[in-house]
Design a protein around this ligand. Structure first.
Ligand SMILES: [Zn+2]
Length: 381
């Protein structure tokens, strides 16, 4: 209500939304109450919903279908950004992400909100649906809109892309495909903003090393490549011994594609190589590290992927760019949990007498107890 009062007249230069759970109910007022070019910071902690555990709830809250996919943290950020963009577009406004972070058990995005009905027409080209194979975890993006004549700003044409971007069954393993989204598929960060943050970072902060490591990783991320694979999922899908990360990164680079980590996952492989090249690289690895034949049942996902013969021989020799600077400089890149079983809060407990009893234990057999007490009171004396 406070933000609604500031829709007209004096607006805010910065608004920070940090609710417990989903922030979507505050977005409508926030995008109206912020100045042109103002800073909007949004945190979401309902990661189970955003990470695909409940796609229906995700649609109700964020207007987007979430999927159970290995790159769920990035998907969560992209769902939140499209939700903010959708709210802003209703008032002829649009967002420019400065920094988008997944940390611990929440996500946090920093965006600027600008006004401009004409610029809102670019929104569809920044959004995509995603087809996800439930067998091998491959994904294909289907943009909602595409731009033509981009070199001449005045003559840009807004077009609809050909659909669908993939076939009904996965081309790699024949698995069923699910469609999620829409997601924000434009860059997640402004590298200029991130570099300015790095320049102004001081070691007075207790989390100095962690912030420095995350910001360095973000500058190394491929900004124009949405979503990522994970090494353990790629090797687990075809039951092969997990290759060293440096070897896989080298193979992708040696094949002429780009590759990076993301700050969200230490085994992430973000690459512009198409999925068939990624699987070809894994097949090349299998040639030197054979999979047990017992595990290759014909109808299995692994069997179908490995039944296709690799078309190219990939080199796993170390590429000079395979080791990123953040690793060379020994920066704190992926902080381990400070203690075992560390996580968001503990189960709510109540104090009964001097002993602390968990609520779940206290409620065990509650109905039965109540029922037997009722019977006892109803019995004739
Ligand atoms: Zn597949």
């Amino acid at each position: 209500m406070f933000m609604y009062k500031h829709r007209q007249g004096q607006k805010f230069d910065a608004i920070d939304l940090d609710p417990y759970g989903c922030p979507s109910i505050f977005l409508d007022s926030a995008v109206q109450a912020i100045t042109d070019g103002g800073l909007l910071l949004v945190t979401a902690t309902d990661m189970a919903v955003l990470a695909g555990n409940s796609p229906e709830t995700c649609y109700a809250k964020y207007g987007s279908i979430s999927l159970r996919i290995k790159c769920c943290h990035e998907m969560a950020i992209r769902i939140l950004l499209q939700c903010i963009e959708a709210h802003a577009n209703r008032y002829s406004r649009y967002i420019v992400p400065l920094l988008s972070i997944s940390a611990d058990f929440y996500i946090r995005v920093f965006v600027r909100v600008y006004s401009g009905a004409q610029k809102c027409k670019f929104s569809t080209s920044k959004l995509s649906n995603v087809y996800h194979c439930t067998g091998c975890d491959s994904f294909v993006l289907q943009p909602l809109g595409i731009l033509r004549n981009q070199e001449n700003f005045k003559n840009i044409k807004f077009c609809l892309p050909a659909a669908p971007a993939t076939s009904q069954k996965c081309e790699h393993c024949g698995g069923t495909q699910h469609m999620g989204g829409p997601l924000w598929s434009a860059p997640l960060h402004s590298i200029d903003f991130v570099q300015r943050l790095q320049e102004n970072l001081t070691n007075e902060l207790g989390t100095f090393r962690r912030i420095g490591g995350i910001l360095q990783l973000i500058t190394e991320e491929l900004s124009d490549v949405p979503l990522y694979y994970t090494l353990e999922k790629l090797s687990g899908t075809i039951h092969v011994e997990t290759p060293p990360m440096l070897s896989v990164r080298s193979a992708i680079l040696n094949a002429g594609y780009r590759v990076s980590y993301t700050h969200m996952n230490k085994t992430s492989i973000k690459t512009d190589a198409p999925a068939n090249v990624v699987w070809d690289i894994m097949r090349s690895w299998v040639e030197d590290h054979p999979v047990s034949t017992k595990r290759l049942i014909n109808d299995s996902v692994a069997g179908k992927i490995l039944a296709i013969k690799s078309t190219t021989k990939y080199s796993f020799n170390l590429h000079p760019l395979a080791n990123p600077e953040s690793k060379k400089f020994g920066m704190l890149r992926f902080q381990a949990n400070p203690q075992p079983h560390w996580g968001p809060g503990t189960r709510s407990t109540v104090m009964v007498g001097e002993a602390k009893i968990s609520k779940s234990k206290r409620n065990q057999g509650k109905r039965k107890r109540e029922h037997s007490e009722e019977l006892q009171t109803n019995e004739p004396c």
